[in-house]
Design a protein around this ligand. Structure first.
Ligand SMILES: Cc1cc2nc3c(=O)[nH]c(=O)nc-3n(C[C@H](O)[C@H](O)[C@H](O)COP(=O)(O)O)c2cc1C
Length: 187
């Protein structure tokens, strides 16, 4: 099964990238082929007023072909000003219409430094995915207070108190559930 994980920002030193790499290890442990799309690597030549025309430059192909061949796409999305980062919208606005989104299985991880764990960004992004007829996996994950919950030494999550949600367990559950979802719905 081909899974694409999108790092939903191009910010240098992104926490979303850490979480995406951790999620990658979970999917690989389940036997999936995983490709990470890191928006920090988008070529500067794409930032051009003519870019919405087709064909797109060859430099976009490695960012787009994996989406067209994905059984499932996992968005790892930080909260920026109460929504998802503009670079993510720019990126998906370059996807081929309608086949990139139409019937594509998608799942969501929201991350933020606040207590809501990027609920708003994910719901905004779900509006886009719904409009474009993606199959949305309903087990969303919201990782709040991410900077204090991330264990930089071990590159995984740590509980701050015994009552904290177990982020590792949430990710395990979403990973297994999304794979089963893709088995049923992937085109
Ligand atoms: C431009 C920008 C806007 C942000 N806006 C919010 C916000 O509205 N609410 C919030 O809780 N955190 C906000 N943050 C904090 C990020 O959600 C948080 O630090 C997250 O871990 C950043 O993900 P990243 O490291 O992948 O960029 C913002 C950060 C940036 C860089």
């Amino acid at each position: 099964m081909n899974i694409v994980i999108i790092v939903g920002t191009n910010r240098a030193g992104s926490m979303s990238k850490n979480v995406a790499l951790y999620a990658k290890s979970k999917y690989e442990a389940e036997g999936c082929n995983v490709h990470i799309v890191d928006l920090a690597e988008l070529p500067a030549e794409l930032m051009h007023p003519e870019i919405y025309k087709n064909p797109k430059p060859d430099s976009f192909t490695p960012f787009h072909d994996p989406i067209l061949n994905a059984d499932g796409v996992l968005f790892v999305v930080p909260e920026y000003n109460g929504s998802f980062p503009g670079i993510l919208k720019f990126y998906i606005d370059l996807w081929q219409y309608p086949e990139a989104f139409e019937g594509r299985c998608v799942a969501f991880i929201g991350i933020s430094s606040n207590q809501w764990g990027a609920l708003r960004p994910i719901e905004h992004l779900q509006g886009v995915c719904g409009y474009r007829n993606a199959w949305q996996f309903n087990e969303r994950i919201f990782l709040n207070h991410i900077w204090s919950r991330w264990n930089f030494e071990e590159q995984n999550f740590r509980p701050m108190t015994p009552k904290d949600l177990d982020y590792n367990a949430l990710l395990d559950s979403q990973t297994k559930g999304f794979i089963e979802f893709c088995k049923v719905h992937a085109k």
